[in-house]
Design a protein around this ligand. Structure first.
Ligand SMILES: [Zn+2]
Length: 167
């Protein structure tokens, strides 16, 4: 009797060692899988992390529109003039607090198109990756750094130039 118990004990421990080995292997595989997949998921999720920045821009757009309706269709000379309608936190990047850049001071709102950049975040606010941008028709879009540089280098639309001249 005792030898049999001993034998069974030995078999049990061999079995549990085998189970432990498989468990460790599964843990290792899962860990490797997470290490590979997590950065991918994070990269996909990044634009979602910028939702507050998009919301800030949209509210700047609405405040600019309201301001222009009260001022003969013209935008203010600087965004700070909007502070009676919106809070100061909306004028900066929601992630880093860097002030957004207004490139259409005094423009006639109706002359601006969906192609005209109105307000953008400095590229430093998102580690040079890109910027949340407000366009002339009020839409807001995340633009990658190279795209933004092209947009800013592009000559203003004829209507936007007319606005500047009319000033
Ligand atoms: Zn931002």
């Amino acid at each position: 009797m005792p030898p049999r118990i001993h034998h069974e004990d030995a078999r049990m421990s061999e079995q549990s060692r085998f189970k432990l080995n498989s468990l460790l292997m599964i843990v290792a595989i899962v860990a490797i899988f997470i290490a590979i997949v997590l950065p991918l998921i994070n990269r996909l999720r990044e634009p979602g992390g910028r939702v507050p920045c998009a919301s800030n821009m949209r509210q700047i757009g609405q405040a600019l529109l309201l301001y222009s309706m009260d001022h003969g269709g013209r935008y203010p000379q600087q965004l700070e003039e909007l502070l009676k309608d919106i809070t100061e936190e909306l004028l900066v990047c929601a992630e880093t607090g860097e002030p957004s850049i207004f490139v259409r001071p005094g423009a006639i709102a109706a002359d601006l198109t969906a192609n005209d950049v109105v307000v953008y975040e400095p590229l430093s606010a998102h580690e040079g990756e890109g910027s949340m941008v407000l366009f002339g028709d009020g839409h807001v879009k995340w633009v990658r750094a190279d795209g933004l540089e092209r947009m800013l280098a592009r000559p203003a639309s004829p209507a936007a130039t007319r606005s500047a001249v009319a000033e």
